[in-house]
Design a protein around this ligand. Structure first.
Ligand code: NAD
Length: 463
């Protein structure tokens, strides 16, 4: 099939690609494990070959340094690919399950089969990782896929389109460019899975559209991820790890610590140490640092600037609209009713609230939507209480963000922060249908299930 080259994608083109992918999926070619393995290897080589183009594009779109772009985008996808290349054969094998007495001599097994033609929609904050990582799962499970990158990171989208077009045919994997309009056109179609990463508001639109066709959805959404620091914490380490988690991609990270709940006895010291950590990473003038990213667009810059009006600026506060620069900023004296505490911040602004008793902090967290991530700094015995009395998609004890890098752990949200999980084997499962198979021999046909239910009293004991 001819490769597509487009900016906004019209409905007729989407229909054409979708039909081609349905026809191709129906050939069963994508189901062969050798085929999947080859595609994964081809994909990995293409990323390695194009590493510079990808990291340059991320710099153009978000001012991400090569180091940050490699660590938070390219290497994550390469690790995911290595894991799938190593395990796809094992994961794809049918697994025997044990058989209850009443079913003997039948045998049960679990088979993973590809769901079919999938749609993957990504946001702009990790534009490469968040489109390419789910694709690894789609390929590994044997699905076809249509990919829709964000319109706000056009350089990265262009490089991804070139890579995908070079190694895959549109009837297997196609990337379509476009804005919300293209997103809406895609959502009108019937898919076998929609994998969406983005805002809660659009997540609801995706789920409504999917309901029309009873299409399963994975929603990787956002929200406010709290970070508790109690009086037992190692403040030096806590400050450094919080400052890092808040400034990677200038705070435009779905699992960034959104706000701090600090015990009143250590709040002041913690703020001082966080400020020092910002300086250690980006110097006195973060605007000059080659390691400090920019805000995605003016609209986001204006929203963040508005949020900085709440409370008192304890450190940072400098902004430059032309460069879409906002310095790492700590806000004190913030009220729970302030806008900065009512919406996902998604920028380098850190409001610090204090608490006197742990129950207060936990009650506040539990009043809000279930978060994507939750961070706790302090001693093990208190961590247990935090884990038992809260919920979230993921947790780090004495760290931020790092849970996302363990591919043996599933990644995803709960409640308002999303549904469904991926990474590693979980991605393979997400794009698969787990099919239950029972094989029954014909050399015997036990009569207890047939009317008139002979020996019923005896059979009752075994079912
Ligand atoms: P967004 O929801 O505005 O856009 C995401 C994608 O959806 C884009 O490709 C966009 O073009 C498309 N889109 C927008 N409107 C649409 C519509 N009506 N119909 C169909 N498609 C539509 O999100 P964003 O601003 O790009 O990203 C920021 C949000 O994403 C934050 O809330 C953040 O927390 C969240 N996020 C979550 C994760 C996660 O893994 N859970 C990761 C990154 C970002």
């Amino acid at each position: 099939m001819k490769k597509t080259e487009m900016k906004e994608t019209n409905e007729a083109t989407i229909d054409k690609i979708l039909k081609a992918q349905r026809d191709y999926f129906a050939t069963h070619e994508t189901k062969s494990v050798d085929f999947r393995l080859n595609q994964l290897k081809k994909f990995k080589s293409a990323i390695e070959k194009n590493e510079k183009k990808i990291t340059d594009a991320l710099h153009k779109d978000l001012h991400k340094s090569y180091e940050e772009a490699y660590l938070t985008e390219v290497s994550i996808v390469l690790q995911e690919l290595k894991n799938h290349i190593k395990n796809v054969k094992k994961w794809s094998k049918p697994h025997k399950v044990s058989t209850p007495l009443h079913l003997l001599p039948s045998r049960g097994s679990l088979h993973h089969e590809p769901l079919g033609v999938s749609l993957i929609i990504a946001p702009w904050n990790y534009p490469f990782q968040l489109l390419m990582n789910p694709l690894v799962g789609a390929i590994s499970a044997g699905c076809c896929a249509v990919l829709k990158p964000s319109e706000f990171t056009p350089n990265t989208a262009q490089v991804m389109q070139e890579i995908i077009a070079e190694i895959f045919d549109d009837n297997y994997i196609a990337l379509v460019q476009g804005t919300q309009e293209t997103g809406e056109a895609l959502l009108k179609k019937r898919w076998d899975l929609i994998f969406f990463t983005g805002s809660t508001a659009v997540g609801k639109i995706v789920m409504k559209a999917a309901a029309e066709h009873l299409t399963p959805v994975v929603l990787e959404l956002g929200g406010k991820s709290p970070c508790i620091v109690d009086e037992t914490a190692n403040l030096e380490i806590a400050a450094r790890r919080i400052a890092w988690g808040k400034t990677i991609n200038a705070g435009q990270t779905c699992i960034a610590p959104d706000y701090l709940l600090a015990h009143e006895s250590i709040k002041e010291e913690l703020i001082v140490k966080i400020t020092e950590s910002f300086e250690d990473m980006f110097g006195d003038e973060p605007q000059e640092s080659k390691f400090y990213p920019r805000i995605i667009h003016e609209k986001a810059f204006d929203r963040l600037k508005g949020l900085m009006q709440d409370g008192t600026v304890k450190s940072g506060g400098e902004t430059d609209r032309e460069e879409k620069f906002i310095a790492p900023t700590v806000l004190d004296n913030v009220k729970k009713s302030d806008p900065v505490m009512q919406q996902e911040i998604f920028g380098p602004i850190l409001p610090v609230l204090s608490y006197s008793k742990m129950e207060e902090a936990l009650a506040f967290i539990n009043q809000n939507e279930k978060p994507l991530a939750l961070y706790y700094f302090g001693k093990e015995k208190n961590a247990k209480e935090v884990l038992t009395k809260t919920t979230s998609g993921g947790v780090c004890i004495n760290d931020t963000l790092m849970h996302i890098t363990n591919h043996h752990l599933p990644f995803g949200g709960v409640g308002g922060s999303g549904m469904g999980q991926y990474h590693g084997k979980e991605s393979f499962k997400t794009f698969s249908n787990q099919r239950a198979v029972v094989k029954t021999p014909t050399w015997i046909d036990v009569s207890f299930k047939y009317a008139p239910f002979k020996h019923f009293k005896w059979i009752r004991k075994f079912v």
